[in-house]
Ligand binder design. Structure first.
Ligand code: SF4
Length: 311
C-alpha cells in the first residue's frame, strides 16, 4: 500500500478544489482502487491536531513510510528568508516542506505556485516553487534535489492543475511508473502538446478569423490575449467538468502552465505590432508567420468569415 501526504503551502487551495472535481473515478474510488492510503490532506482528513503531530513524528522517524508528497501552493520564505510569514506552531512552514521532501520517495508540486512560485514570487512574501523560481532552476529545494525514487520534483503546472492530471500522476507513481519530464519538469504525458491543440476554434486560427470582443466564434489569439499556442497543457483534451475549456467557451487561455505565470501583460489583450502578436506560437519564424497569416486570411472560407453564431 502506497501512502500520500498532501501539504498546503502558500496558495488559494484551487488545486484541492480541482482535485475534488474528479469524477471517473472520484477521489475516494481512486484511492480505493489504487490501494493508496491518504495519510493527510488539510481539507479531507479528520485527524485531531495531536494525532497529526503523531503522524508527522512517525514519518520523520521512518516508522511511517512516505511514498508520495504532494505540495500545493508556493514555499513562502519572507521576510528576509526567515519564512516567518507562514508558520506552523511558531516555526516556519518551509521547515516542514524540507523535512517531508527529504523523507518522500516522490515529490509532486501541484499547481503553478508549487511548481514555479506563481503569484508571490515578486511580492514581499518571497514565494518560490519547490525546484524552480519562475524559469530559474533551484527554487526552495535546490537544483540538485532528487526524491528517494531518484526523480526530481514533478511539476503539475496549472492554475489550477486539471484534476485528471493530479489523479494520473498519483496512478503513475502508485504503480512506480516513471514519468518523462520536459525542461521545466512537467510530465510530457500532459504537457507535451500546447493548449491550442484540441481547441474547437482551430479552424478560425488557421484562417486568421479573429475576435476583438467576447461572445463570438473566432480565434482569441490575435486580439484577446489567448496563450493557447504559446504554452503546453491538456486543457482542450482533458475538458473541465468533462465538458469544456476556457478557449472553447470564449475566454482566452491565460497561459497558467507557464513558469512565468502570471504574465506582466493584461490577460484579455494581445500585445502586437501591426496586428501580429509579439509572442508567436512555439517555434515559429516571425517573417514566415506574417506571410502565412496574410495569405490564410485572404483564403478564409465565407462561412468562417460570415460567422454569426454566438458561443
Ligand atoms: S482560441 Fe486560443 S486555443 Fe483556441 S484556436 Fe485560438 S489561439 Fe488556439
Amino acid at each position: 500500500m502506497k501512502s500520500v501526504y498532501w501539504l498546503q503551502g502558500g496558495g488559494c487551495g484551487g488545486d484541492t478544489f480541482s482535485f475534488l472535481s474528479s469524477e471517473y473515478p472520484d477521489i475516494i474510488e481512486l484511492f480505493r482502487q489504487l490501494n493508496v492510503q491518504l495519510l493527510w490532506h488539510p481539507s479531507f482528513s479528520h485527524l485531531s491536531p495531536a494525532s497529526h503531530e503523531d503522524l508527522l513524528a512517525q514519518i520523520h522517524s521512518g516508522e511511517q513510510t512516505l511514498d508520495i508528497l504532494m505540495v500545493e501552493g508556493s514555499v513562502i520564505c519572507g521576510p528576509a528568508g526567515t519564512g516567518m510569514f507562514h508558520t506552523r506552531d511558531g516555526h516556519p512552514r518551509k521547515e516542514l516542506v524540507y523535512s517531508l521532501a527529504s523523507q518522500a520517495s516522490s515529490v509532486v508540486a501541484v499547481g503553478t505556485c508549487a511548481s514555479f512560485g506563481g503569484f508571490g514570487v515578486d511580492a514581499v512574501i518571497e514565494a518560490t516553487g519547490l525546484q524552480f523560481t519562475k524559469k530559474q532552476r533551484g527554487g526552495f529545494l535546490g537544483k540538485d534535489f532528487t526524491a528517494g525514487s531518484g526523480q526530481p520534483v514533478i511539476n503539475l503546472a496549472g492554475c489550477p492543475c486539471h484534476h485528471d492530471v493530479v489523479a494520473g500522476a498519483i496512478v503513475a507513481l502508485a504503480n512506480e511508473v516513471s514519468l518523462e519530464l520536459d525542461e521545466y519538469q512537467r510530465p510530457l504525458e500532459w504537457y507535451g502538446t500546447t493548449v491550442h491543440q484540441g481547441c474547437t476554434r482551430n479552424e478560425y486560427h488557421e484562417y486568421r478569423v479573429e475576435e476583438s470582443d467576447f461572445g463570438e466564434m473566432g480565434c482569441l489569439f490575435f486580439h484577446m490575449g489567448c496563450a493557447g499556442p504559446l504554452v503546453p497543457g491538456p486543457c482542450n483534451k482533458l475538458l473541465w467538468n468533462q465538458h469544456s475549456s476556457k478557449p472553447r467557451a470564449g475566454i482566452p487561455c491565460f497561459g497558467c502552465t507557464d513558469p512565468d505565470f502570471p504574465r506582466a501583460t493584461p490577460f484579455f489583450q494581445t500585445p502586437n505590432i501591426e496586428g501580429i502578436p509579439l509572442s508567436l506560437p512555439m517555434g515559429v519564424n516571425r517573417a514566415h508567420y506574417m506571410v502565412y497569416k496574410g495569405m490564410a486570411a485572404a483564403a478564409a472560407p465565407e462561412h468562417l468569415k460570415n460567422r454569426k453564431s454566438k458561443v
